[in-house]
Ligand binder design. Sequence first.
Ligand SMILES: [Zn+2]
Ligand SMILES: [Zn+2]
Length: 278
Amino acid sequence: MEGTDTGEWFYHQRLADGLYLIRERYFESGNRANMWLLRGSDRDLVVDTGLGLGSLPEYLRRHGLLSGHRPLLAVATHVHFDHAGGLRHFQGGQVAVHRAEAEALARGDQLEAVSWLSPRELRRPPPGAGPGWTARGYRVQAVRAGRLLEHGDLLELGDTQQLRVLHTPGHSRGSVCLHEARRGLLFTGDTLYQGALIDWLPHSDVGHYRRSCRHLLELLDQGQVHTVLPGHFDPFGPDTMRSLASDYLARAGLCHRITASAIGCLANVALRGRHLTR
Ligand SMILES: [Zn+2]
Ligand SMILES: [Zn+2]
């Protein structure tokens, strides 16, 4: 539905039975995150929620993609603004994040959320924006998650459908991937996508990122991944996943760690400049 501009903030695309990709139409940036809806017989799951400038649950309901009687759970693969900004439109009990980032989300920590929006990334003002609204003033709102995730947790969507939580820190300390073994689906958030992987933010850790990549390669070696549904850009298959994880491991040596930490300091200064001077 990307082609038809209906004026709505979101658009969606059905990828497989009960699996939908949703994006923010007017946010034109490498930071535009993928949001996923996975419908189960007992419960629906949203993976990542975008900036939160429009209401995702309202959009999904309007398009008949959510059932009124099935409970809904929104999981953020991590608390960066492009994934967790939309959690505010879900009730607290319907929100899940990894334990390591739950506190930051609950206090609306803009540094940990890496909140950063520029006017040139938005093709039009968001729904309901008043005259004083500015992209630079964008903030992630504090949300208290009702469910804290740990490595190995199972998210039950129905009798035969469940996703396992894999804690894959590195990009951020609470990054998770979600694995649906039945169809070999792997939601990777910002841990793996077809673009420059980011390991230089304030809570990034190159050593943890390396370990997470090795863990994902093991999953691949066990033949458990057929389709990767990443946090940005298009889905891909196991061969691309292998190259992305192996390339990272080959690249992220000592020199890389030093560069990442230097860029991290600059990013920290820039974020503090934007968020702590107001
Ligand atoms: Zn991120
Ligand atoms: Zn992202």
